[in-house]
Design a protein around this ligand. Structure first.
Ligand code: DX5
Ligand code: ZN
Length: 215
């Protein structure tokens, strides 16, 4: 069970301190948004490069951008530990996932709440992590969508049948009152933005979420 705090809910003027506030995190989740794939604009490669120098926690880049095929390799090359592209945006996902891996990062593949996992079964050998969005992407602090739970179960069954080591990440509305349902359904990597950075003690929040996920 791994916890990946999302810096979307952190103070963007103090990112190095905010990264240091969660030394017990497995990853730092960085949401790259371009105001085209999603209706919000956040940050890009220069800030990820700066963050990579400022922390030793591995960076988990979630690209919510229209042209991930063009940009994903640059994040891997910069040193991100994991780079995730969206199924709804990638035009050449197999090529892009392979490029991410060949540049030394873990390859992630993300599905919006209404995108089914079954059509991507044959891609499981190309990916290290499947990201199942549990809100519509674009903003932190949204309400968890229970409607995604059956898909988490189906994804877990597919991944187990496939036999490879593919992590299942959930992102959106993951907090103390929803994380157990996600873990029970089969998720093993948990992104939490407001539940970590909205807490008085972010480090304590990470520990608490991990305990709940581990049951
Ligand atoms: C939303 C982002 C999430 C966001 C989650 O599109 O992908 O990573 O930061 O925020 P919370 O945990 O507050 O729902
Ligand atoms: Zn995200």
């Amino acid at each position: 069970m791994q916890i990946s705090p999302s810096i979307l809910s952190a103070d963007f003027a103090r990112l190095a301190d905010e990264a240091a506030a969660v030394p017990n995190a497995d990853w730092l989740h960085v949401d790259v948004m371009d105001n085209h794939f999603v209706p919000n604009l956040t940050l890009g490669l220069p800030i990820v490069e700066a963050l990579l120098k400022a922390t030793s926690t591995p960076i988990d880049c979630h690209l919510m951008i229209e042209d991930p095929d063009r940009w994903a390799p640059a994040y891997a090359e910069a040193g991100a530990g994991s780079v995730t592209i969206h199924a709804e945006a990638a035009k050449a996902p197999v090529r892009t996932l392979r490029q991410i891996r060949s540049l030394g990062a873990r390859a992630g593949f993300a599905l919006n709440p209404a995108t089914d996992v079954a059509p991507y079964e044959d891609l499981l050998g190309e990916i290290d992590m499947l990201l199942l969005m549990t809100v519509e992407p674009g903003f932190g602090g949204q309400r968890f969508l229970d409607v995604v739970l059956p898909k988490i179960r189906r994804a877990r069954a597919l991944v187990n049948r496939h036999g490879g080591e593919v992590w299942i990440q959930v992102d959106g509305g993951v907090a103390a009152d929803t994380i157990e349902r996600c873990a029970e359904a089969g998720a093993d990597v948990f992104v939490a933005g407001s539940a970590v950075y909205g807490a008085a003690d972010p480090r304590g929040a990470v520990d608490r979420l991990r305990e709940l996920a581990e049951g």
